[in-house]
Design a protein around this ligand. Structure first.
Ligand code: HAM
Length: 429
């Protein structure tokens, strides 16, 4: 605290504080996820925020935007390269391999909620520290598992009030199908290379499938006649995809096939999907996911199929349809205020007693009575408990409802119960 240079601390660009009452919405969304995912037998996993850089280079893929330009990578004091996790599927696969989770009953159903970090250009719905709610099923390669994951995701979003969700699905095939397609696509695009943008020209060598989800109108036009991935599928990949679609139908989940959906991470095999929300603007996905049958092996575990998704929680909160329903706090809050000479200790003692009996109480003890009442009202307390000399002498409390000024007296002895009875509040369960 030298006071020499003035310093106005600010959060880092692209990283923000979540303040109340917004945090109540986040908590309600997270509680809904835990509840819905729990019904499908998912259990929580928490992995570290920092991992070895190599995990993402191998897992997510060196040619992806994430690894190529978006990672927060740094050397620790011994020079080891570490990275703030840009996503959580590779860490889950790492944990699965590291802790021999294959020896538990399979498949394993895991979910996570937490911050991720990507050095992207910040804008609405895009942050450098953002949050994901994700779920993964490891150890089952059947198409029914793909459907289970997507159905659970849709049920979760429905529970939050989303309607008419646009569920886009596609298959990128197994490795063999994808190799075959890659060659055909490169064969089609190479003669057109001069007409492609710089990014796509580079991807022609590194990651040609990614060209398919270009945003450039000119490239979209060029791609209209491109060979379709679905026509390069081998029988096994085609059957998997067909059964996945049938299973979604059997669960009454509607979806759209999108040939150009390829996703930006290298670990995907076969099923991929995204959910977009009109409220986010055309190019932003709310959820992305897919199957990653080679990932666990890639990070040192046994061959293990896997499928999952991650929801962008920041984006989800920004486009929640029924926000207000999630924010309602059902517990009214009481403000204890002092009148006259009642001692601070009596007022603090009363407040603490009421809290121990399950009420939400804020002790508004400083300043004048008027200022204490005004603070309590602005803070949103439902009732003021006036505790003064008369009340102390008579063994009573005066309770005033802010909303309409309605006022009653209750006995001091066993005050919490007396308040509940008088105000018609429920007993804590
Ligand atoms: P992803 O598509 O990279 O997939 O990210 C999933 C979601 O995270 C996106 O749809 C978006 O809502 C949100 N998101 C991504 N970047 C940002 C950002 N900078 N700011 C705000 N939100 C963002 C994955 O991360 C895969 N791990 C998903 C997965 C799980 N696949 C299989 N299992």
């Amino acid at each position: 605290m030298s006071g020499e240079a003035s310093y106005r601390a600010r959060s880092v660009k692209g990283m923000r504080d979540l303040l109340p009452p917004e945090t109540a919405v986040w908590n309600a969304v997270e509680a809904t996820a835990r509840e819905v995912f729990g019904r499908y037998g998912f259990e929580e996993i928490r992995t570290p925020v920092v991992e070895e850089t190599e995990l993402f280079v191998r897992g997510v893929g060196g040619a992806t935007d994430i690894v190529g330009k978006e990672m927060y990578t740094f050397a620790d004091k011994k020079g080891k390269s570490l990275t703030l996790r840009p996503e959580n599927t590779a860490p889950v696969a790492r944990a699965y391999a590291q802790h021999q989770l294959a020896s538990r009953p399979q498949p394993l159903r895991l979910y996570y909620i937490g911050p991720q970090f990507r050095y992207e250009r910040p804008q609405k719905g895009r942050y450098r520290q953002f949050y994901q709610i994700g779920a993964e099923i490891l150890g089952d390669e059947g198409p029914w598992t793909d459907a289970e994951v997507v159905v659970m995701l849709v049920r979760f979003l429905e529970a939050l009030g989303f309607e008419d969700l646009d569920v886009l699905i596609n298959t990128v095939g197994d490795r063999e199908s994808r190799e075959r397609y890659r060659e055909r696509l490169v064969g089609f695009l190479s003669p057109l290379a001069d007409e492609l943008g710089e990014d796509s020209r580079r991807r022609l060598d590194t990651n040609p499938l990614r060209i398919l989800d270009t945003k450039s109108p000119r490239e979209i036009e060029l791609l209209a006649d491109a060979p379709r991935l679905r026509d390069s599928l081998n029988d096994a990949s085609r059957a998997h995809f067909d059964e996945f679609c049938s299973a979604l139908g059997a669960c009454d989940v509607s979806f759209r096939l999108d040939d150009r959906l390829v996703r930006g991470l290298d670990y995907y095999t076969r099923t991929v999907f995204e959910i977009q929300s009109g409220r986010l603007g055309a190019q932003s996905a709310l959820v992305g996911g897919g199957r990653y049958d080679g990932l666990v092996e890639e990070v040192g575990g046994p061959p293990t199929p896997g499928i999952g998704f991650a929801i962008g929680l920041d984006r989800l909160v920004e486009c929640l349809p029924e926000r207000s329903e999630l924010t309602v706090t059902t517990r009214p809050s009481f403000a204890v205020v002092r009148l006259g000479e009642v001692s601070m200790l009596d007022a603090i003692g009363l407040s603490e007693e009421l809290r121990l009996d399950g009420l939400e109480v804020i002790a508004e003890l400083s300043g004048s009575l008027r200022s204490a009442l005004r603070r309590a009202d602005r803070r949103g307390s439902a009732y003021a408990i006036l505790f003064g000399d008369d009340e102390l002498a008579a063994g009573k409390l005066t309770v005033k409802r802010f909303e309409d000024g309605y006022q009653i007296e209750v006995r001091r002895e066993g005050a919490a119960q007396a308040l509940r009875d008088a105000l018609g509040l429920e007993n804590p369960s």
